[in-house]
Write a protein that binds this ligand. Structure first.
Ligand SMILES: C[S@@+](CC[C@H](N)C(=O)[O-])C[C@H]1O[C@@H](n2cnc3c(N)ncnc32)[C@H](O)[C@@H]1O
Length: 305
C-alpha cells in the first residue's frame, strides 16, 4: 500500500523541538539559496511567523494539507484568535481560493443525490463534500469515504455522526490507487489528491482505479490545478493572466515565498486541461465537461464511465 502523499504526522504538532529542528533546516536552506521571492530577512520573518500557529506548523512539517486542515481552510471558522499570518492564509492567499471550488463541488454533487445512490469521496479527508449536503428528500442513500489516513477517517466518522448521517456512511482505509470497490459507486468525488502526484502515468492509474469503482454510467467529479503563468514581476506580459487569480502582487509574492521558498509544498503538481482529458480518456472515461470558476481558474472535470 502506498503511503499518504500529502502528510506524514498527526494533525496537531505539539512537539516544539521537532518544529524548531525543521525550521532550522529550512533556515539553512534559505540562507544558502541563490534566489528567493522575498528578501532573506522577510522570508525568515515569515518562517518565524509560521511556527506560531497550528496550521503553519503543520505546513512546515508536512509540506501539504491533510483532511483536517483542508476542512479548516474551507470552513474558515477558527475556534480562537488567529495570528495575522494565519488570518492572511485564511482570507487573502491563493490557498484559500480553493474554498470557492469546494462550494462549486457541493453544487455539482447535489445533482447526484437520488434515491438509492451510492456516493464516494476519495480521498475523503473529513468528508465535508458529501456530509454537508441535504439528503432529507431521498431514501436509501449510501455515502462511502476512502482515505489512507486513519486520523482523517476518525474525523470523518465523527463528522458523519454530527450531521446525523452515520447510518448512511461507511469508511474504508484504502489506497486510492487500489480501491476494493468494483462497479459499486454512482459518483466518485475527488479533491486534493492528484495535485500531490507528478507522474502522468500514475495519474492515469489513479483514474483507472476510480473507473473500476464506478458503475457503468457513473460519474467522476475531480479537481485539478492548471499551470499558473510565470510571476508578473518576471514576465510583465503575464500580468493579465494573473488577473484571473484575483491576487495582488504583494500577496502573490508572499504566497510564493511561503509555499515555494519556505514550505516547498508538494501539492504543486500542475496538469493542463488537455493532459487531464487524455489521462481520463486513457482510463476509460468520457469527459463530459470541465468547469472553471468565473475568473477561468480552479477547474473541476466531470467524466462519465
Ligand atoms: C488535501 S486532503 C483532501 C481531503 C478532501 N478530499 C478535501 O477536499 O477536504 C488529501 C487527503 O488525501 C489523503 N491521501 C493521501 N494519499 C492517499 C492515497 N494514496 N489514498 C487515499 N488517500 C490518500 C490524505 O490522507 C488526505 O486526507
Amino acid at each position: 500500500m502506498a503511503s499518504t502523499v500529502s502528510h506524514h504526522t498527526g494533525t496537531r504538532i505539539t512537539d516544539t523541538a521537532s518544529t524548531e529542528r525543521i525550521a532550522a533546516d529550512i533556515e539553512r536552506r534559505l540562507r544558502a539559496a541563490d534566489r528567493l521571492v522575498l528578501p532573506l530577512e522577510d522570508t525568515l520573518e515569515l518562517l518565524g511567523q509560521l511556527q506560531q500557529f497550528e496550521l503553519g506548523r503543520f505546513l512546515l512539517h508536512n509540506r501539504g494539507l491533510n483532511g483536517y486542515w483542508t476542512s479548516y481552510i474551507f470552513r474558515n471558522r477558527p475556534e480562537g484568535p488567529v495570528t495575522p499570518l494565519e488570518h492572511w492564509l485564511l482570507n487573502d492567499s491563493l490557498l484559500c481560493q480553493a474554498r470557492e471550488r469546494y462550494h462549486r463541488f457541493r453544487e455539482l454533487i447535489a445533482e447526484h443525490i437520488t434515491d438509492g445512490a451510492t456516493l464516494a469521496s476519495v480521498p475523503c479527508g473529513v468528508m465535508d463534500d458529501l456530509l454537508e449536503q441535504d439528503y432529507r428528500d431521498v431514501t436509501g442513500i449510501r455515502l462511502v469515504g476512502v482515505d489512507l489516513d486513519t486520523e482523517s477517517l476518525r474525523y470523518a466518522e465523527e463528522n458523519a455522526r454530527r450531521h446525523g448521517l452515520a447510518e448512511h456512511a461507511s469508511f474504508r482505509h484504502e489506497d486510492a490507487w487500489n480501491l476494493g470497490a468494483e462497479e459499486e459507486f454512482d459518483l466518485v468525488v475527488s479533491n486534493g489528491l492528484n495535485m500531490y502526484e507528478s507522474d502522468p502515468a500514475r495519474l492515469t492509474d489513479l483514474y483507472r482505479s476510480f473507473h473500476r469503482a464506478l458503475r457503468p454510467g457513473g460519474r467522476l467529479l475531480i479537481s485539478f490545478l492548471t499551470p499558473p503563468p510565470p510571476p508578473p514581476w518576471e514576465a510583465p506580459e503575464h500580468a493579465a493572466a494573473w488577473a484571473k487569480y484575483r491576487i495582488g502582487e504583494d500577496d502573490l509574492r508572499r504566497e510564493l515565498s511561503i509555499m515555494g521558498d519556505i514550505v516547498q509544498a508538494t501539492y504543486l503538481n500542475f496538469s493542463s486541461e488537455s493532459d487531464v482529458r487524455s489521462q481520463l480518456e486513457a482510463a476509460g472515461f468520457t469527459v463530459q465537461a470541465v468547469r472553471y470558476n468565473a475568473g477561468g481558474v480552479l477547474p473541476i472535470a466531470i467524466a462519465v464511465k
